[in-house]
Write a new protein. Structure first.
Length: 169
């Protein structure tokens, strides 16, 4: 099942949509992830407030903040600009915004907490990749220096191992 959803990412990016600057960036630097049910002790966040919800989880120390595109199969084939958390100890996706994150697929980059704080102070916007004026207007330059190497090695390793297992399941 997961490989079908990962195929959805490839199919989406193969068309005109894949030529968008943020899509090209995510195709090169993003980490694909499959959604998972929320743990029983984790409450849902506010609907349609993905960036704020992921921010709140990050500030609580529960997750690393990720931002990129997410596909909810209930909503169709086009991706949503979205934010979610990744559990620091297990590498599991923690998306408190969507009703059923277990069926979703994600492609995103880790955004360090310091970058989140600076971004919010400077722009007043929770999202980092597109602050309303397009990815190509400075965002790429601002994030290029940290995107490849900031994810803690143990979290990145767990995430990669989990996704390899899912793809071959």
């Amino acid at each position: 099942m997961a490989s079908t959803f990962y195929d959805l990412i490839d199919a989406c990016f193969a068309g005109v949509f894949g030529q968008e600057p943020i899509a090209r960036f995510l195709r090169e630097h993003g980490i694909p992830m499959a959604g998972e049910p929320l743990p029983p002790d984790m409450e849902c966040g506010e609907p349609r407030q993905a960036f704020r919800n992921a921010w709140d989880l990050t500030l609580k120390g529960e997750v690393e903040y990720f931002e990129g595109y997410a596909w909810d199969p209930v909503c169709g084939e086009l991706p949503f600009h979205h934010a979610w958390g990744v559990d620091r100890s297990t590498g599991a996706v923690r998306d408190t915004t969507w009703q059923d994150p277990a069926g979703a697929v994600y492609l995103g980059v880790h955004v360090p907490t310091g970058v989140l704080l600076t971004n919010l102070e400077e722009s007043g916007v929770f999202g980092v990749l597109d602050k309303g004026h397009g990815f190509e207007h400075g965002t790429a330059d601002a994030i290029w220096g940290w995107v490849d190497h900031t994810l803690p090695r143990d979290v990145r390793s767990k995430r990669i191992q989990r996704e390899r297992r899912r793809r071959h399941a």
